[in-house]
Design a protein around this ligand. Sequence first.
Ligand SMILES: CC(=O)N[C@H]1[C@@H](OP(=O)(O)OP(=O)(O)OC[C@H]2O[C@@H](n3ccc(=O)[nH]c3=O)[C@H](O)[C@@H]2O)O[C@H](CO)[C@@H](O)[C@@H]1O
Ligand SMILES: C=C(OP(=O)(O)O)C(=O)O
Length: 421
Amino acid sequence: MDKLLIEGGAVIDGEIRISGAKNSALPIIAATLLANGVMRVGNLPHLHDITTMIELLGCMGVSVVINEDMSVETDCSTMTSRIAPYELVRTMRASILVLGPLLARYGEAVVSLPGGCAIGSRPVDLHLRGMEALGATVEVIDGYVHARSDGRLKGAHINLEMVTVTGTENILMAAVLAEGTTVIENAAREPEVVDLINCLNAMGAKVTGGGTSTLTIEGVEQLNGCSFDVLPDRIETGTYLVAAAVTGGKIKVKDTDPKLMEAVLAKLEEAGAKIECGDDWISLDMEGRRPKAVNVRTAPHPEFPTDMQAQFMVMNCIAEGTGTVEETVFENRFMHVDELVRMGANIHVEGNVATVTGKEILSSAQVMATDLRASASLVIAALVATGDTIVDRIYHIDRGYECIEEKLQILGVKIRRIPGK
Ligand SMILES: CC(=O)N[C@H]1[C@@H](OP(=O)(O)OP(=O)(O)OC[C@H]2O[C@@H](n3ccc(=O)[nH]c3=O)[C@H](O)[C@@H]2O)O[C@H](CO)[C@@H](O)[C@@H]1O
Ligand SMILES: C=C(OP(=O)(O)O)C(=O)O
């Protein structure tokens, strides 16, 4: 397994470009299963998860052409299978996103259950209940979801018990081809859901209410191919802003969208960062200061994102003062805490609240990445540690950060990958 070796002590200074959003690209690639004709999806990040989603379509017989500019063109007319096998689904939970499109368009889907992961049990019961509400028969047999519909799905009124991002996306992708109108209440308002809605509407769907908690979907008989570029990655953006902040440095991130980042930018300003924004860029300058500790509480959009929790935890580890970090979305998203403590951080966890008292510097150690954002937090911690830190199991990072070594090197960090055996 590859490792990253990071030398502590750099003060970040430079400009980088932000990649397309993984969490937008994954549902939109799944949505290409709904297209009658060729569909092009662009601004895709070069990440393992994207390759997995493309492989998943490929194993169902979809023709996929990957262009040099990291766009893909898909054509479902060659499709031979409606099965998403365990071997692929186990490496990426978002594979469950093929369920809605397969069921809506082909009347059947066999998708392996994704299972739990480091950050929590992450059931998909609300996805399955949504499909049943639309008239599908759903059974779980030997770890696989078997969903079937006789004829078109039927529009329904669905009130989600809790806000679920991929659950909303899956139900939405099933409802676009259903007969009649579907209303999804307590829908996720994340920008990536809105991006999916924009893409579906460009394909000929009739969805209104994107960005609010009530979505109305008037089913149509067929969707067409179109060309769609996914939106910038707000979590990658936030991760690099935090990296600059912890080092007391400055950064300009380009090809991003500050409008997607209000809760994160507000917390960075509270921590003492000077922030300026244009239409598609954000600059942050700490003017050499240490950040001030902040309190954060994660919750669905537009509140503070759980995918930025681990990175802010590290900022508090080296901040002036004490801050609390409360995780309300996932039940087990503090796996980075023990590793940060091994680097000398002062963190006390009680239930879903971590109280962090900052110190000026952390110490280097060999640490283990446990999930995607935990890995990013360890890389950020390494920037403010004495000496060299080795972050092991970085395949998690490759799921979500395009060219992380290259981008950090541009910003002045000494980092290199140690290839695994
Ligand atoms: C590919 C993708 O977009 N991943 C994002 C998506 O994950 P994902 O869509 O898996 O996360 P959800 O929004 O579904 O999860 C929110 C909460 O709802 C629970 N739940 C969800 C579905 C369900 O059927 N039953 C249930 O109990 C989950 O266990 C969790 O506690 O949103 C998360 C929350 O913003 C982000 O951290 C992930 O980066
Ligand atoms: C948890 C994440 O992703 P996934 O839902 O794909 O595991 C993430 O992007 O932080």
